[in-house]
Design a protein around this ligand. Structure first.
Ligand SMILES: [Zn+2]
Length: 330
């Protein structure tokens, strides 16, 4: 993908949603109801999920914040509660299309600074491939965002191979993001969905990917939140793998095909992520515009050396964008 990104940092982990998102049919769906010109509520099955403001849908507002924060560009993805991988196929297909049309309009207002990651109905791999192709080939997106699990299907399940193969062919950036509604109920019951449930869900998804034969070299799979708990547990996965599958490559080796974002809130954790995935596979992420966001963007990078700061803060994201090559697939 050719992009003339201005000078500054590139934040690959931000979210957006339309202020008038409607349910795609009867059932348990996310919707958005506007409460003021610059405010709205996200509802899930009619109940309040999160209060949001116009940073979620206003390009002007986002660009103003980016300028204040030294952020040249954002990758903009759906809010995970909307991914709906465990819902009926047909309405999810419609919901994804609606969200992607919104993201195309939002990011089209600043095409050198806002790069969309679309939604795909991953519970139907053929439909997901179709929407992935529409996102990248027709709408000019950088890639897509997916959850850590699809109903009861792990990302490592071969049934999803056609999706990852297509993503590899397109050079698409695939952000793997945990979803509140699919977290371990034990973590949720403890009130620790954010701090424990999300990194655990990401670790399980990533562990599945690195303990199976690598079947899609080259696909840019980026685990949110520094890879969750995966960096910490990789040596233990190696030990288990050496006993169960002595001829298989160690998970630490396969992990170097994966990417992660920098959203760890901690320099030591970020250093471990860079050690596990490779210094060229870590990209800045903040969770803008939500309350949990890292502010200012890339604050953790103040505590790493200048070369790694430059790589994570900008250069690796530019390399990821350069991988997106829709023209070769037309
Ligand atoms: Zn996020």
């Amino acid at each position: 993908m050719r992009a003339n990104v201005p000078r500054g940092r590139i934040d690959v982990h931000t979210h957006a949603i339309a202020p008038d998102l409607a349910a795609p049919g009867p059932g348990r769906w996310p919707t958005v109801e506007r409460t003021a010109d610059d405010a709205a509520d996200i509802l899930l099955d009619g109940a309040l999920y999160r209060k949001i403001d116009d940073r979620c849908w206003s390009a002007r507002r986002r660009l103003s914040d980016m300028d204040a924060d030294g952020v040249a560009a954002q990758f903009v993805s759906p809010i995970p509660v909307t991914l709906s991988h465990d819902q009926p196929v047909a309405p999810t297909v419609a919901l994804c299309a609606t969200q992607n049309d919104f993201l195309a309009d939002l990011c089209g207002q600043a095409p050198d600074r806002l790069f969309a990651l679309g939604a795909v109905p991953l519970q139907d791999v053929e439909a997901a491939v179709g929407e992935l192709r529409r996102c990248v080939l027709d709408l000019g997106f950088a890639g897509v965002e997916i959850g850590t699990v699809v109903g009861t299907t792990e990302l490592a399940d071969p049934v999803l191979d056609p999706f990852f193969d297509e993503a590899a062919g397109l050079g698409a950036f695939v952000l793997v993001h945990p979803v509140d509604q699919t977290l371990d109920p034990r973590a949720v019951a403890l009130g620790l969905g954010f701090g424990l449930g999300m990194p655990s869900a990401t670790a399980i998804a990533g562990a599945g990917l690195v303990t199976r034969p690598p079947r899609r070299p080259g696909v840019t799979v980026c685990l949110a939140h520094g890879g969750g708990a995966l960096p910490q547990i990789l040596p233990r996965l190696d030990k288990g793998s050496s006993l169960d599958r002595p001829d298989a490559p160690p998970p630490t080796q396969l992990a170097r095909d994966l990417w992660c974002d920098s959203l760890t809130y901690d320099a030591a954790s970020l250093a471990l992520s860079a050690e596990r995935f490779g210094a060229d596979h870590v990209v800045l992420g903040t969770d803008y515009p939500f309350v949990v966001r890292e502010a200012p963007a890339g604050a953790v990078l103040d505590h790493v050396d200048a070369a790694l700061r430059q790589a994570i803060g900008r250069d690796n994201a530019l390399a990821a964008l350069a991988r997106v090559s829709p023209a070769s697939r037309r």
